[in-house]
Ligand binder design. Sequence first.
Ligand SMILES: [Zn+2]
Length: 283
Amino acid sequence: MKAITVEPKKPGTARFEEIPEPDAGEGSVLVEAVAVGVCGTDVEIVEGKYGWAPPGKTRLVLGHESLGRIIDPGVSRSLKKGDLVVGIVRRPDPVPCPNCAVGESDMCRNSRYTERGIKEIDGFMSERWRIEPEYVMKVDPSLGILGVLIEPTTVITKALEQVVTIGQRSFWEPKTALVTGAGPIGLLAAFRLSLHELDVHVLDRAESGPKPELVRALGATYHTGSVLDLTFEPDIIVECTGAGPVIADAIHKVGEGESSALPESDWAGSRPGPSAMSRRGRS
Ligand SMILES: [Zn+2]
């Protein structure tokens, strides 16, 4: 079958090539690839700046933002042939650390976790891939090709769960949210935030192109320039640039989250416990 592979840490080694069918040891569920997203991490791996091949191999199959269709559900009782699915990327470390032990491998403490298409496990950029049934997420068929956005959307959902958890340490009524960076993750963050009664703002370097219009279509406000020049202090900032100076400015600019006179909303009277946001996120 065909696949896109790379020799990690060596720039210029990516190629579209013939590789063997997926090994049965990778999981009993066999999936036919429908789509694969490309994100900044993939670009870094191709540029030789990141990534690890599986143990004993020199090349890694790229791809962690997947969408596939079940060919063979293997031992799974809940999956059937034809189902649209997304593969979960990370696997817990083998120790495991306290966080991996309770299923929070996103918060792995010893960095010995592995990741499909990134760290020591082949990814999803192959015609067919295998996966363990417990790491398969079924996709609502009405989503179609948009299902490939589920993995990046989980990144945002995870971040917002942390935002809510941190905010609820004390009384907290967020009214304004700022997203720095209008790349795919930033735009997904703005979309996710716009589902709540929040005044959503997005800041990006781009002064033209599709970004301003996409942001306005979400009902959010688009800004360019420095975070420090904004005329308000956002109660929530979702930082999606990864750029040191922007992060530093954002830390200086974040408000205290005590805006008053907020109408009755998902966020009002926030108290410890599952939030409206995280419940909605899981439904
Ligand atoms: Zn761990």
